[in-house]
Design a protein around this ligand. Structure first.
Ligand SMILES: NC(=O)c1ccc[n+]([C@@H]2O[C@H](COP(=O)([O-])OP(=O)(O)OC[C@H]3O[C@@H](n4cnc5c(N)ncnc54)[C@H](O)[C@@H]3O)[C@@H](O)[C@H]2O)c1
Ligand SMILES: [Zn+2]
Length: 377
């Protein structure tokens, strides 16, 4: 038997959901523990890895080696990288591959990749044989702090993003922070927007810590692990209280009402990555909160200052190819959020770390605000 590879002790965050509870193991080198963790959780289970071609090139061999170290054989299905793989054809491909690999109810799917793979593999796992358990091995910062935790899975429809999906919690998340070393800098930075989001929505001390320590988060090492752990703890706590987003979980949408409209306007393309859109959206949510007198202008400027310091966009004018006018953006907001009688639900803030869900925000007021912002080029 091969001895387990030495890794630093992980930070373990528990997601408390009764019988659907699971752990998130965070740390540099944690991928090496994957096989032993799975063997402990599901003795005798076989594994099917779902990944994309780019992630496979970097991390498939190490993943298979980690499984083999615990005597676990694995099949593997690979899809092209990118959002376009969250589609019916790719869902079919993954489901058929899992069935032809004879994955059974007692076996496990391993989602090895970013949010695209987590969402696609998680949905395939929810569907095949009416539900197989799965393990998330997130390989982007966005996936480690956000999409791998909480059990939302989905593919896109021609009508919009994430419209075909299921709630299906993983049984384990292994977030190896070293996997992020191969991630392109722009992708890492985009994921960082979601890290900052946790500070902005509910933890002022964490945001202040990020303002000082962000260079170390980008550099890797203990600060990166700390930032991921704090983020996961907050997401786990919110999901633990509101798994199905009937209330508080909506706070995680801070910056996403504006952000989704910008992403849609950019055609979900490389012109604007999700996290970049969320950076713009959070800057605007704080500016809008200031305009409504909820917080001082200086507080909104503080948010902009930090996002700009790490290189994230804070002005719509920064988007390559430009953005449409306020009316078109309002149409996109309406499609995403289902405006009811001219009123919107919005995540606003009373300050850094104090976001809240505001119902009944007047769409005309949001439009006026966008007109002002778009005029500032
Ligand atoms: N389920 C949820 O709760 C939830 C939450 C937020 C976002 N999402 C979804 O997540 C998706 C975005 O996720 P993402 O930003 O991780 O995108 P992604 O999965 O497309 O990954 C981004 C790019 O990085 C590459 N990549 C991934 N890991 C790498 C690594 N370690 N080294 C080198 N390259 C690597 C990928 O191949 C891809 O090209 C969206 O579809 C979004 O809807 C889901
Ligand atoms: Zn997001």
């Amino acid at each position: 038997m091969t001895a387990p590879l030495r890794t630093s002790d992980p930070i373990v965050v528990a997601v408390a959901l009764g019988e659907r509870s699971y752990d998130i193991a965070i740390g540099r080198g944690q991928l090496a523990t994957l096989g032993h963790r799975i063997a402990a959780l599901r003795p005798g289970a076989r594994v099917a890895i779902v990944t994309d071609e780019t992630v496979a090139r970097h991390h498939r061999a190490a993943t298979e080696a980690a499984l083999a170290a615990a005597g676990i054989g694995a099949s593997c299905v690979t899809v092209p990288p990118g959002e376009s793989s969250k589609s019916f054809p790719m869902l079919e491909r993954v489901c058929e591959a899992l069935i032809s690999a004879r994955v059974e109810r007692a076996d496990l799917v391993v989602a090895l990749g970013g949010g695209v793979i987590g969402d696609l593999a998680g949905l395939a796992a929810a569907l095949v044989r009416r539900g197989i358990d799965y393990v998330q091995v997130p390989t982007t910062l966005l996936a480690q702090v956000d999409s791998a935790v909480g059990g939302k899975t989905a593919i896109d429809s021609s009508h919009g993003k994430n419209l075909v999906g299921a709630f299906h919690q993983p049984v384990l998340v292994v977030a190896d922070t070293a996997l992020l070393d191969t991630l392109p800098a722009r992708q890492f930075r985009a994921g960082y927007a979601e890290v900052a989001k946790y500070g902005l929505l509910g933890d002022a001390a964490f945001f202040a810590w990020l303002e000082t320590n962000w260079p170390d988060v980008f550099a890797g090492g203990p600060a990166r692990e700390h930032a991921i752990a704090v983020s996961c703890r907050m997401k786990a706590a919110i999901v633990g209280r509101d798994e199905r987003e009937t209330g508080e979980r909506a706070l995680l949408n801070l910056g996403h009402t504006f952000g989704h409209a910008f992403e849609a306007a950019a055609g979900f393309s490389d012109r604007l990555l999700h996290g970049e859109a969320i950076s713009l959206g959070m800057a605007l949510a704080f500016a809008f909160s200031a305009r409504r007198g909820l917080l001082p202008a200086a507080e909104a400027e503080r948010v902009e200052r930090h996002l700009a310091a790490v290189g994230l966009p804070i002005h719509v004018s920064a988007v390559a190819g430009g953005m449409p006018d306020a009316d078109r953006l309002m149409e996109l907001i309406a499609q995403d959020k289902k405006v009811k009688r001219g009123k919107l639900t919005f995540i606003l803030a009373r300050g850094v770390g104090s976001s809240f869900i505001a119902h009944g925000v007047d769409t005309a007021e949001v439009r006026d605000f966008l007109v002002e912002k778009l005029a500032r080029r």
